[in-house]
Design a protein around this ligand. Structure first.
Ligand code: PLP
Length: 357
């Protein structure tokens, strides 16, 4: 990842004022010319807003994509791409998918007529046998949340191509600094910008990036954002752009701190498992080395004993804060099973850490 590019993300010197950082455009409507045209491109804020557009073009550039759209949350981006499918379509999900995505299928998109199969995507043969004639989307998340499983993205993309099914990768945990899924053959990348990219636990936003702006799903995404408007607001877009400029430096420190914590936990007598791809013993370590530039700031571990013992650990922390979410400057600790919608595959002795700065 070009750190120089990140340090200047979204910042061209303003030709009128000389300002080094972009302004926030709050206007919802834009003037027409006497002939009725809109030569300056902007018409109405739901369709496009200059600050949001700057975030979108910057994000597309960082991912090596053709275009991007910014949403009001990561889940609004998830909802948008699923709304581009039709009732009867089938989606392949990882078995350890972010629980909010699974929950949206269970509570909404199932009723709407989508079907889905959850597969252990560390096993590409299992993924291959999950395709059906009506499969329209292959969903991946690597490292997965919270079991930190690693999936071979190039292998997954090849399977998708062989079946004519687009691959979408949730890149929230990795950001384009650690992993660029489009380079590995994915068609779309999804982000909860709320996490590392905005980076300070004070913005809710999401993003979708496409490799091909003529893809039929992308045409629908454009129509959906303009028509339904679950888009990022100007100030959140601006804060996300501001956070992006330090993303490179922050990711380096998140990764190096997480590695220290993982090493410490790996030799702790009361820890039965550590899930961190940077540990050579992690089953996905070699794939992670190949497709990521570093191993990330997220890890999970299991404590010896019961759920009560795990909760007792979270109850005794001093520097860490007991809270959900991830990717901020602070370190967070979470007993994960108790926040996830049930049923979940997350072990009750598992604790998830977001390692801060
Ligand atoms: N994807 C992942 C991996 C997440 O961790 C989250 C939120 O925790 C989301 C998507 C949803 O993003 P948001 O909370 O911005 O809606």
């Amino acid at each position: 990842m070009p750190y120089t590019k990140l340090a200047h993300a979204g910042c061209d010197v303003d030709p009128i004022t000389g300002a080094l950082t972009p302004p926030v455009h709050f206007a919802t409507t834009y003037e027409r010319e006497p002939d009725g045209s809109y030569p300056k491109e902007y018409v109405y804020a739901r369709w496009a807003n200059p600050t949001r557009r700057l975030l979108e073009t910057t994000l597309a550039d960082l991912e090596g994509g053709a275009d991007a759209r910014a949403f009001a949350s990561g889940m609004a981006a998830v909802q948008a791409i699923l709304q581009c499918l039709a009732p009867g379509d089938h989606v392949i999900l990882p078995d350890d998918v972010y629980h909010g995505v699974r929950s949206l299928f269970r509570t909404f998109f199932g009723d709407w007529g989508l079907t889905w199969t959850e597969v252990d995507q560390t096993d590409l043969d299992a993924v291959a046998s999950a395709f059906r004639p009506e499969t329209k989307l292959l969903w991946a998340e690597t490292p997965s949340n919270p079991l930190v499983k690693i999936t071979d993205l190039a292998g997954l993309a090849a399977l998708g191509k062989a079946h004519g099914v687009p691959l979408i990768v949730d890149g929230t945990w990795t950001t384009p600094v650690l992993q660029r899924p489009l380079d590995l053959g994915a068609d779309f990348v999804l982000h909860s910008l709320t996490k590392y990219i905005a980076g300070h636990s004070d913005v809710l936003a999401g993003g979708l990036v496409t490799a091909d702006e003529t893809h039929p799903i992308w045409t629908r995404i454009q129509a959906l954002t303009m028509g339904a408007g679950a888009v990022a607001d100007p100030f959140s877009s601006w804060l996300t752009l501001r956070g992006m400029r330090s993303l490179g430096a922050r990711m380096r420190m998140h990764c190096s701190n997480a590695r220290h914590v993982a090493d410490f936990l790996a030799q702790h007598p009361n820890v039965t498992a550590v899930y961190y791809p940077g540990l050579p013993a992690h089953p996905g370590h070699d794939i992670a080395r190949r497709q990521m530039t570093d191993f990330g700031g997220m890890l999970s571990f299991e404590v010896a004993g019961t759920e009560t013992d795990a909760l007792a650990v979270t109850g005794r922390v001093q520097v860490f804060t007991r809270a959900t979410s991830l990717g901020g400057t602070e370190s967070l600790i979470e007993h994960r099973a108790s926040i996830e919608s049930k049923p979940t595959t997350t072990p009750v002795t598992l604790i998830r850490l977001s390692i801060g700065l």
